[in-house]
Design a protein around this ligand. Structure first.
Ligand code: ATP
Length: 286
């Protein structure tokens, strides 16, 4: 028996870091949106009780450090199901890009094992378990659009009608999320979260208001650590003639566009000088 789950990437329509918590994590207030760039996660029953992993990609751990493997182990421990599974990952989401690729794979394994083994657990339960794997995993369990708070474990899914196109570009810069968090200073922390403005624009189906409200309070720290991001950002906006924003801790930049034809023109303009350019669309919730 086997099945496949789509592990969709996310972008941050807002990312406010409110401060550092006593437990060492950061308190965040974000609006995340799923886009249709996906890894494929194949799950197949293993005849013995082992978890095995096969990854079609470079720069991704092929062992228990992989978040998909960690998710399978966690699911077995928490559910008490003593069965084996073979996981095959077809990676399409760029790695270490601010698109939560690893978290999406982990969430897809949780959803997929729930189906494969017929455990009938709720998404709320899977998201609660997922929080111990990584801060973006709870959101990735639900997918769609959500306001996300705490250290990522408080997810409020939110339905809206905007089916925007987005062009993603990944500048060739290797970013460590942990290093960007460490580089945050008091000045980067936000006292008045701006996620509410993003939520209002989504509720009103007002894409121009949305584009005006998109922001990322990690962008300044990412640029301080990796100054190349800034020059890429300027070149991208100059070539595309539309504003771009950073997702997560970077370096991926994205533009929001209502018309497919415009999004295709933007993509084509960027493909001349950047290799990793993706045309995507917003995906609704489950
Ligand atoms: P986030 O937006 O959640 O910070 P990211 O998109 O910046 O995540 P990932 O693509 O999830 O970053 O990868 C971060 C690191 O996690 C990689 O360098 C890799 O070593 C490790 N990793 C573990 N499992 C996976 C996986 N299934 N896919 C990709 N990377 C993984």
């Amino acid at each position: 028996m086997g099945l496949v789950e789509h592990a969709f990437a996310k972008i941050n329509l807002s990312l406010d870091v409110l401060g550092r918590r006593p437990d060492g994590y950061h308190e965040v207030d974000m609006v995340m949106q799923t886009v249709d760039l996906a890894d494929l996660v194949f799950l197949e029953d293993n005849p013995d009780e082992d978890i095995t992993l096969e990854v079609q990609a470079t720069h991704v751990p092929q062992d228990e450090r992989n978040l998909a493997y960690a998710a399978a182990r966690l699911f077995r421990e928490r559910s008490g199901v003593r069965r084996g599974v073979h996981i095959r990952l077809d990676k399409h989401i760029p790695v270490a890009a601010g698109l939560a690729g690893g978290s999406a794979d982990a969430a897809a394994v949780l959803r997929g094992l729930n189906r494969l083994w017929g455990t009938g657990l709720s998404l709320d339960q899977l998201a609660e378990w997922g929080a111990s794997i990584g801060s973006d995993v709870p959101f990735c369990v639900y997918q769609g659009c959500a306001r996300v708070r705490g250290r990522g474990e408080q997810v409020q899914p939110f339905q809206h009608g905007l089916r925007l196109w987005t062009v993603l570009v990944r500048p060739p810069v290797f970013v460590s999320t942990a290093d960007v968090y460490h580089a945050l200073t008091e000045r980067d922390f936000v006292s008045q979260p701006r996620s509410a403005a993003v939520m209002r624009a989504l509720r009103d189906d007002d894409w121009l208001a949305l584009r005006g409200a998109v922001h990322n309070s990690m962008a300044a720290a990412a640029r301080r650590l990796y100054p190349e991001i800034e020059s890429f950002h300027s070149r991208v906006e100059e070539a595309a003639q539309v504003p771009f924003f950073m997702s997560g801790s970077g370096p991926t930049l994205f533009a929001l566009l209502p018309a497919e034809s415009h999004a295709r023109r933007v993509r084509n303009a960027l493909m001349g000088f950047l290799r990793e350019v993706y045309l995507c669309r917003f995906v609704g919730g489950l």
